[in-house]
Design a protein around this ligand. Structure first.
Ligand code: ATP
Ligand code: BTN
Length: 339
């Protein structure tokens, strides 16, 4: 597997990325070649070569002329400083790895986990092989948010599965702050108006009963019109853009997810899911409604019906049958649908 070259923030050693960040931080301002050279300690010729290299890499938001360089105002560009400046976390997102395009940030995060600290955030503008749960594909066009957190908790691997729910809850809360009425669909989705707006994919690497690292991948349809999704996905999905009619600031939304997730994650590590259930349950989709559950890996033969009651202390879903019996379902390969 080839991991692309990631820009690391802080700790980025390439002057061209320092220039990029400088331009992104002051969108709309034209930096003269002399100023770029002076601020980064290189010659004007080198500054021009670095800008050309950024343009060749695909950073088309940059405009270069004889006068200098600029990134025009209002560009919805992901940028580590843009995220960083809005973070209120202690651990999550304190190191950010950014690249333009890659197969999957979850796959890259697994490689980067060897050399990156706990809480590192891996982000990109587009994925060519975005992964969903159960081997499904995650559509990842430009304008979306594709982020993976590298976590290194010291807890038993068996305690990890409900973490996808916690991440979904944090994402829903961040979306609420952006004005959306988001709910969590067990076990790993975020819905707005019954359509999928975000999904979570947690992957774990453990050896001899110890977690080496955990990857929490979050995909959010931010500035993507759902109409541009392929058939089959478009009917069931939505985006922040579709819901609000406005381009959303992805840096703010990413920081918002991390700001919401960190306290929940720390509480989860400390006392498990149980403590968070009273907060998550009111945001759970379909509570009190008839639903069906089927084993997605086996096909639809094993459909179970019931009224969704809520969550068990380990994150299993509780359904009541018509006879009043309560059944528990652990996530695994199961898929939930409204009836
Ligand atoms: P469940 O988790 O209950 O099985 P699901 O059918 O949504 O729900 P997931 O594995 O959670 O399945 O998500 C992957 C599916 O999401 C894909 O098969 C596709 O139908 C849909 N999907 C893919 N990309 C996107 C996207 N960007 N936005 C919304 N939905 C998407
Ligand atoms: C799902 O709904 O099934 C989970 C979707 C998870 C998508 C995110 S996008 C960032 C990260 N990289 C991936 O390949 N997948 C996750």
């Amino acid at each position: 597997m080839n991991t692309p070259d990631y820009i690391r923030f802080p700790g980025n050693t390439r002057v061209k990325y320092d220039i990029l960040y400088m331009l992104l931080e002051s969108q709309g301002r034209v930096f003269s070649w002399d100023e770029i050279a002076g601020r980064t300690g290189i010659t004007v010729e080198e500054a021009k070569r670095n800008i050309q290299s950024l343009l060749d890499e695909g950073f088309s938001v940059i405009t270069a002329s004889e006068a200098g360089c600029t990134v025009s105002e209002g560009q919805d560009s992901l940028s580590a400083p843009g995220i960083y400046s809005q973070l209120r976390t202690q651990v999550l997102g304190r190191q950010i790895c950014y690249t333009l395009t890659t197969a999957s940030t979850n796959d890259d995060a697994r490689v980067l986990a060897e050399s990156c600290p706990d809480g590192t955030l891996v982000i990109c503008e587009t994925q060519t092989k975005g992964k969903g749960r159960l081997g499904r594909q995650w559509e990842s066009p430009r304008g979306g948010i594709f982020m993976s957190l590298i976590l290194k908790p010291e807890i038993q691997p068996a305690r990890i599965p409900p973490l996808a729910l916690v991440a979904g809850y944090a994402t829903a809360r961040a979306l609420e702050r952006a004005g959306l009425n988001a709910v969590v669909k067990w076990p790993n989705d975020v819905l707005v108006q019954g359509r999928k707006l975000a999904g979570i994919l947690c992957e774990i690497s453990a050896q001899q009963g110890r977690i080496q690292y955990l990857i929490v991948g979050i995909g959010i349809n931010a500035n993507i019109p759902a109409a541009l999704m392929p058939p089959g996905v478009r009917e069931r999905s939505t985006s922040v853009l579709d819901q609000t009619g406005k381009i959303t600031d992805r840096n703010l939304l990413i920081a918002g997810v991390l700001n919401e997730f960190e306290p929940c994650y720390l509480r989860f590590l400390e006392s498990g899911l149980e403590d968070l259930i009273p907060e998550i349950e009111p945001k759970l989709a379909y509570v009190g409604s008839p639903v069906m559950i089927h084993n997605a890996a086996l096909g639809s033969e094993e459909i179970q019906h019931g009224i969704l009651q809520g969550l068990d202390s380990d994150g299993s879903l509780l359904l009541s049958s018509s006879a009043g019996e309560i059944k528990r379902f652990a996530a695994g390969d199961l898929s939930l649908r409204p009836k």
